[in-house]
Design a protein around this ligand. Structure first.
Ligand SMILES: NC(=O)c1ccc[n+]([C@@H]2O[C@H](COP(=O)([O-])OP(=O)(O)OC[C@H]3O[C@@H](n4cnc5c(N)ncnc54)[C@H](OP(=O)(O)O)[C@@H]3O)[C@@H](O)[C@H]2O)c1
Length: 296
C-alpha cells in the first residue's frame, strides 16, 4: 500500500504520519509538495505520486480569513477533494478526507448524525461542504469522509489549547465563550481512528462518518479543564479566573455553530467502541506537550 498523506505539516498530518508508517509506504507532502489550490496540476502530480490510498489532511483552515478569501478556500476545500476522489475512483484506490462540524448550522440540540441536514454559517464551512459534495459526485464509492471538530494537538502551529496555555501563563484572567457547545478532539485519538480505518477501506464503508472525542463541552468548560489539568502537570500559569462570556461579546468575522456535537454511533463498530472522553484525551495531549518541552 502506498499512502499519500497531504497536509503533513498540519497539526493532524504531523500526528498521523507515524501511525501510517506501519501500514505501508508513506508519501507525506506539504503544500510545496502538492498544492491543492492548483487544480490544473493536481491530477498529473497525483499520477506521479501514484498512491493507492490518499489521506487528505490538507485544508484551508483559517475560518475567519476565509470570509475575505472565498476563492482560495473554495479551491482547496471545495474543488481539490473532488479531484482526489476522482483519482481514487479511476485507479481503484481509496480516499479518506477530513471534514468538519462547521457544515452544520448549530441549531440542533442532539448530536448530529452523518446524514443530518447541513447548513454552514460561514465561507469555511461552505467550502468544506462543497468538498464533500464534490467527493460524492466524483468518487463516492471509494471515499470515506470523516467529519471531526474542535481539533487540537501538540504539533502544528496553533490551536485553542496552546492559545489558552499562552494566555494563562501571563494573565490572571481570560474571557471565554460559554454558549458554543462541541466536542474537543485530540489529534492523537483521531490519528489512531484513521489508522484503524485504512485496512478496512472498501466500498461498503464509503460515505460520511463522524469522529470526535466523546462528551461535550463549551469553550469555557474546555478552557477551565485545560487550566486545571495544566496546573496538575506543572505548566507555568498566572491564571486566576476564567470568565464565561456570550458569543455576542466576542464577535468574529465568521459565525460559528452554537451546537455542533457529532454522533459517533455510526463509526464506533469500525473502531471497536466509542472514542475516549475529551477530558482523558486532553490529559494525553498535555503530557505529550510537556514531554516535547522537556526533550532536548
Ligand atoms: N482545526 C480544527 O479545529 C478542525 C475542526 C474540524 C475539522 N478540521 C479539519 O481537519 C483537517 C486537518 O486540520 P488541522 O487542524 O490539522 O489543520 P492545519 O493544522 O491548519 O493543517 C492544514 C494543513 O493544510 C495545508 N494546506 C493549506 N493550504 C494548502 C494547499 N493549498 N495545498 C496543500 N496544503 C495546504 C497547510 O499548510 P500550510 O501550513 O503551508 O498552510 C497545513 O499544513 C482539515 O481538513 C480541517 O478542515 C479541523
Amino acid at each position: 500500500m502506498r499512502i499519500l498523506l497531504t497536509g503533513a505539516r498540519g497539526q493532524l498530518g504531523e500526528q498521523l504520519k507515524p501511525h501510517l508508517e506501519p501500514l505501508g509506504e508513506v508519501v507525506a507532502v506539504d503544500r510545496a509538495g502538492l498544492d491543492l489550490a492548483d487544480g490544473a496540476t493536481l491530477r498529473s502530480r497525483l499520477a506521479e505520486l501514484a498512491p493507492t490510498v490518499i489521506v487528505n489532511c490538507a485544508a484551508y483552515t483559517a475560518v475567519d480569513r476565509a470570509e475575505t478569501e472565498p476563492d482560495l478556500a473554495a479551491a482547496v476545500n471545495g474543488v481539490a477533494p473532488g479531484i482526489l476522489a476522482a483519482y481514487a475512483q479511476e485507479t481503484g484506490g481509496y480516499l479518506i478526507h477530513i471534514s468538519t462540524d462547521y457544515v452544520f448550522d448549530g441549531r440542533g440540540c442532539r448530536p448530529y448524525q452523518p446524514e443530518a441536514a447541513t447548513g454552514p454559517l460561514g465561507t469555511y464551512g461552505q467550502s468544506k461542504l462543497q468538498g464533500e459534495l464534490a467527493i460524492a459526485a466524483n468518487g463516492a464509492e471509494r471515499s470515506l469522509i470523516l467529519r471531526t471538530a474542535w481539533v487540537y494537538g501538540a504539533g502544528g502551529t496553533g490551536n485553542f489549547v496552546k492559545t489558552m496555555l499562552r494566555l494563562g501563563r501571563d494573565r490572571p484572567e481570560v474571557r471565554v465563550v460559554a454558549d458554543q457547545i462541541g466536542s474537543p478532539t485530540w489529534t492523537g485519538d483521531l490519528a489512531i481512528a484513521i489508522a484503524r480505518l485504512i485496512p478496512q477501506l472498501s466500498p461498503k464503508i464509503s460515505g460520511i462518518y463522524h469522529y470526535t472525542n466523546s462528551g461535550a463541552a463549551s469553550w469555557y468548560d474546555f478552557a477551565t479543564a485545560i487550566f486545571e489539568e495544566a496546573q496538575l502537570r506543572g505548566f507555568p500559569l498566572a491564571i486566576e479566573r476564567v470568565i464565561p462570556i456570550a458569543t455576542e461579546d466576542y464577535p468574529t468575522p465568521a459565525q460559528r455553530p452554537a451546537y455542533s456535537v457529532l454522533s459517533g454511533q455510526k463509526i464506533a463498530p469500525l473502531l471497536g467502541g466509542p472514542a475516549p472522553h475529551w477530558r482523558v484525551a486532553l490529559r494525553h495531549m498535555l503530557d505529550e506537550l510537556r514531554d516535547r518541552a522537556d526533550s532536548p
